[in-house]
Design a protein around this ligand. Sequence first.
Ligand SMILES: O=C[C@H](O)COP(=O)(O)O
Length: 255
Amino acid sequence: MNKAKRKAVIAGNWKMNKTAGEAAELISALIPEVAGADCEVVICTPFTDLPVAVSKTAGSNISVGAQNVHFEKSGAFTGEISADMLTELGVEYVIIGHSERRQYFAETDETVNKRLKAALAAGLKVILCVGESLAQREQGVTSELVALQTRIALGGVSAAELKNVIIAYEPIWAIGTGLTATAEQAEEVCKTIREVIAALYGKAEAEAFTIQYGGSMNAKNADELLAMPDVDGGLIGGASLKAPDFAAIVKAASK
Ligand SMILES: O=C[C@H](O)COP(=O)(O)O
């Protein structure tokens, strides 16, 4: 299978932005802009926006995702949201292991793995985030680190379940900084991730597997990043908050 046959996914991660009212406005603007896109389009909204996002996107080509999920089904976990709560709302995707969760909310590779398995068991599709800090890149451990993050996150995940997983490679130093990895840097790490998938699940599974780049992707750099052989899409932060900016990236992925 070559890249042309792989599923390209452009996902917006709104992070902690947009009230429900603002979400409704952004989605209304986005629907006509991305209609007919030749890639999958996902918006990952704050929890409080999910009901409006699901209802507003009904009948469109936009799927809705959450930005985190807890690994227990229910119980005394104040402030947390379970996978069943998301699926009952009609949510299709969830981001797991974003570096901001790892950095600010003490997520570890082990809890990422638990969340990922709980999400898959509930029928959610997962966007698993991996990536190195600037210090780690400068130490020359990027490949090893990303491979390890990937292996631990996917522990206990079957080949059948893997079909519902996407990996987003997000160098932490490129997130929200305006610094983008070069296309070659993005390709190198995405290729490493594909090799890890091949070692764990086989070559055919690896060739079919979607790997996104994330980190200051925008309308200007999307073409070059998405042209790389192992970059199949993007996880977009800042540029997903304006309909024309996000739509331009969706168009780049649809070429
Ligand atoms: O999840 C998205 C990434 O963290 C990228 O964010 P950014 O596009 O604002 O750099």
